[in-house]
Design a protein around this ligand. Structure first.
Ligand code: PLP
Length: 355
């Protein structure tokens, strides 16, 4: 039976990306050695790093004046590195969920934090609008896609202060106007690569401005100056990212990824809205294209385990919702074929007919 991987992260990658990475792990560039057992400073790996950065810039259309670096520690380490590097007096945070809350918590260790708006009042089912960004803040932090709640900020905000965005779960799913951001970052394991590497796109002119001392490893300048080679970078996830960027480019780039994302989301939300058993959890206007969250209507709530078992018997993997939302979540990252979403819809219809 064909399986469709709807896992929220780590998550689906194109088969050919996994195969190319596996091949490099067995024999890298015909060297007879594994990618895992060569020096990160070898000519061959340096060219992987250079090519990954170049392709990352090309595919996302990153302008001059920004650096792309690859780090360890996950998006979660960025939560403290951001205020360490950029918070002098005051920072603004938009609270749209658990990850945004965690980012904000770290900033409080370094200075004043203004929460410009929060959707906590409705369990983060929407993205707050019409909030005021304090013009004297050092930056505004946003989470563009709320992986757990299935809401997404699809707009590159206009802001009087630099915008720093956690794009862990929607990077490369749409064109982004990078010039509107001070920094964009994320863990790679949702839409770029396997776990183990974090991408950071940072505007160079923002670096080196805070008055505090920053530990070497937590200072973005260290990694920018050394081209992500200050210490040993996570070579295998970087290689997988390179293969995935090649795949994205071959599909037609982020425009093609966006078209696919819209198509998948339309098909699945249409069924959620039509099916008598289910209801979506996020406000319609803020619905995520990446993480599609839905629950059983109250009168059918006792069918929860039955639907999960049924869907699983039909090859649907990873659709159990996060404990904070319940129900179901179909994560539809770049590598999810439209066919996978159609299979899930067929499954929902068959289950509806049986009840
Ligand atoms: C998964 C996720 C994180 C956490 O990433 P780690 O790499 O595990 O630290 C942060 N933000 C968002 C939006 C996520 O989806």
């Amino acid at each position: 039976m064909k399986k469709y991987n709807f896992n929220p992260g780590p998550s689906i990658l194109p088969r050919q990306v996994i195969e190319a990475t596996a091949k490099a792990c067995l024999d890298f560039n015909g060297s007879g050695l594994s990618l895992m057992e060569i020096s990160h400073r070898s000519k061959d790996f340096q060219s992987v790093m250079d090519e990954t950065v170049a392709l990352f810039r090309e595919v996302l259309n990153i302008p001059e004046g920004y650096s792309v670096i690859f780090l360890g520690g996950g998006a979660s380490l960025e939560f403290c590195m951001i205020p360490y590097n950029f918070l002098e007096k005051k920072a603004a945070y938009l609270n749209t969920g658990v990850w945004a809350t965690k980012a904000q918590k770290e900033a409080k260790l370094f200075g004043e934090v203004v929460e410009v708006a929060s959707s906590k009042d409705k369990n983060f089912t929407y993205i707050p609008k019409n909030f005021t960004i304090p013009a004297d803040a050092d930056y505004l932090h946003v989470t563009s896609n709320n992986t757990i709640y299935g809401t997404e900020l699809l707009k590159d905000l206009d802001s009087p202060v630099p915008v720093i965005a956690d794009m862990s779960s929607d990077i490369f799913s749409r064109p982004v106007d990078v010039s509107k951001y001070g920094m964009i970052y994320g863990g790679a394991q949702k839409n770029l690569s396997c776990a183990g590497v974090t991408f950071v796109i940072v505007k160079d002119e923002l670096l080196g401005k805070v008055s505090r001392q920053i530990p070497t490893m937590l200072n973005y300048e260290t990694h920018v100056k050394k081209g992500s080679m200050f210490n040993t970078p996570p070579v295998v996830p970087i290689y997988a990212a390179l293969e995935n960027l090649k795949w994205i480019k071959a599909q037609g780039g982020v425009k093609a990824m966006e078209k696919l994302a819209i198509e998948r989301a339309e098909i699945l939300y249409k069924e959620i809205d039509r099916n008598k058993l289910f209801v979506g959890t996020a406000e319609k206007e803020d619905r995520s294209r990446m993480n599609i969250t839905f629950v059983l209507k109250d009168e059918y709530k006792d069918l929860q385990d039955e639907f999960l078992a049924f869907a699983s018997s039909k090859g649907m993997v990873g659709i159990k919702g996060h404990r904070d939302v319940g129900g179901f979540r179909a994560s539809c990252y770049n590598a999810m074929p439209v066919e996978g979403v159609k299979a899930l819809v067929a499954c929902m219809q068959e289950f509806e007919a049986a009840h």
